[in-house]
Design a protein around this ligand. Structure first.
Ligand code: GLN
Length: 485
């Protein structure tokens, strides 16, 4: 059952070949068997899952079910789940039981009737590229247990890749859906900023954060995005657009598709093995009717520096709410208010989170604001303008998702800048608010290689279409890590 696509699972449920309770038990059993090795779940919500599955079976029997009713799924532990611990991978929120559901959770688990299996592990407050900064320990990549699954949505990626859950939510502030998708051989979509509500998603950098699907295939991602996207008045940046069905264009022809290859990405710095895989993928798309053009993203080299001013600035403000008073961790026996703040935050946050808060506070402080934050916002505009210009020439931009395949655990933990550079291909997309999709494009030394497709605003459906046509011709996305059959 864990080899089936979401559409297949849906058909089995509708035809009553299997019940949602049986399906849920199957995945819970797989989690029990493999999670000790992978550490991809922080919380498994077994009782709740079985109750949701029972309700789903009743809806299916009554004929009131939707296509996704009864299908198991998992949430990154950044999404608030009513009555269930929502830790964000931090000691700060280790004792936090969310009093409400995130919009995405309400839509998927209540409206669509999907079954939540549990909450997945992640880098603390979504800051990281390797899922090594979690309070709950490092997450492992099922393709090679000595390597990282990527981050920050590494728990979701590891769980989907090992087939412990048919799909999982992720969030992407600078690459956290796409880079772990690449490292684990998955399809991951970061939607246009504002397509998915951020209500109830613990905020990291509000102008960049966006939730999205992490699945095995583009078709699965389209089905999942259908359940996630949609207007929510509780998020002031959520867009009030007509609801789309992301599956309708999946089979559209690629004839006439114009693909842009940024000259700044395809240069001597690109790993030669990676370059070969991307060339093969591009050739396949050409054989399906696409043409290839060079595009110029002249300011793309500024993305990482700009991001590491904007994101920490926003996080320093967002994380000020964790003060030992309102939520989460409180230090033992504070002597006065200052001591309470200092020790609660000092003891509750991990090193990477503190580093970001310090950088952000510095960049926003009087006298430095113009030099750093304002300057970064100006450069952010130039980065966006490059894409705007490129999309007058091409429909989609193709690039690597990450500079390499999954790296070894511990390899970059002592050098934050090297870690930050693992997002050089993904970060510009968040700064511009564009949609982008990562999908598997082969293997190097048995480790998955990720290709990224970046589209213009609201082109999710086109990106999914290109990925789906590619996946009909390739089998990278159906291959499984040995040991998790
Ligand atoms: N790796 C980047 C960071 O550490 C992006 C994280 C994310 O997208 N949440 O900030």
């Amino acid at each position: 059952m864990h080899h089936k696509s979401i559409r297949q699972l849906s058909q089995h449920l509708q035809q009553k070949d299997i019940s949602s309770v049986e399906l849920t038990q199957h995945f819970l059993q797989r989690i029990q068997q493999h999670n000790p090795q992978l550490n991809c779940f922080v919380t498994v919500t077994e009782q709740q899952a079985l109750a949701q599955a029972k309700a789903a079976d009743a809806a299916i029997a009554a004929g009131t079910a939707s296509a996704l009713t009864g299908i198991p799924m998992s949430h990154k532990d950044i999404f608030c789940t009513h009555g269930v611990k929502t830790s964000c991978g931090s000691k700060m929120l280790d004792n936090f039981i969310a009093p409400y559901d995130a919009h995405v959770v309400a839509k998927m688990n209540h409206q669509a009737g999907m079954v939540m299996l549990g909450k997945t592990n992640m880098d603390e407050f979504a800051m990281g590229s390797s899922s090594e900064t979690s309070y709950y320990g490092v997450v492992k990549n099922p393709w090679d247990l000595e390597t990282v699954p990527g981050g920050s949505s590494g728990g979701s990626a590891s769980a989907v890749a090992a087939r412990l859950t048919p799909m999982a939510t992720g969030t992407d502030t600078g690459g956290s859906i796409r880079q772990p998708a690449a490292f684990c051989g998955l399809t991951g979509l970061k939607p246009t900023y504002g397509v998915v509500s951020r209500f109830g998603m613990v905020a990291f950098a509000s102008s960049l954060d966006q939730g999205g699907p992490m699945t095995r295939s583009a078709e699965d991602a389209a089905l999942m995005l259908n359940a996630m996207a949609g207007f929510d008045p509780r998020d002031s940046t959520c867009l009030n657009r007509e609801v789309e069905d992301y599956t309708v264009n999946l089979n559209q022809s690629l004839a006439g598709l114009k693909i842009g290859l940024p000259k700044q990405y395809f240069n001597a710095d690109l790993d030669s093995g990676m370059a070969q895989k991307l060339e093969a993928a591009t050739n396949l798309l050409i054989s399906l009717g696409a043409s290839v053009h060079e595009v110029d993203l002249a300011n793309t080299h500024l993305s990482v520096p700009v991001y590491y001013v904007v994101a920490p600035a926003e996080c320093s403000s967002n994380l000020s709410r964790f003060d030992g008073v309102r939520y989460g961790y409180r230090c033992d026996k504070p002597v006065d208010l200052t001591d309470l703040y200092k020790r609660s935050r000092g003891e509750g946050f991990g090193a990477e989170v503190k580093r970001r808060i310090m950088m952000g506070t510095y960049a926003l402080s009087a006298g430095y604001y113009d030099a750093y934050y304002l300057k970064a916002q100006q450069l952010r505009q130039l980065i966006s303008d490059d894409f705007k210009q490129a999309f007058t020439q091409v429909d989609v931009i193709l690039s690597p998702t990450a500079p390499s395949t999954a790296f070894k655990m511990g390899e970059k933990t002592h050098d934050p800048v090297t870690m930050y550079l693992s997002d050089i291909y993904t970060i510009a997309v968040n700064l511009a608010g564009l949609p982008a999709l990562a999908l598997p494009a082969g293997f190097i030394n048995q480790m998955p290689v990720g290709m990224q497709l970046i589209g213009n605003y609201f082109s999710e459906s086109r990106l999914l279409n290109i990925a789906h046509r590619y996946q009909q011709q390739t089998d990278w996305h159906v291959q499984m890590p040995a040991g998790f059959a």
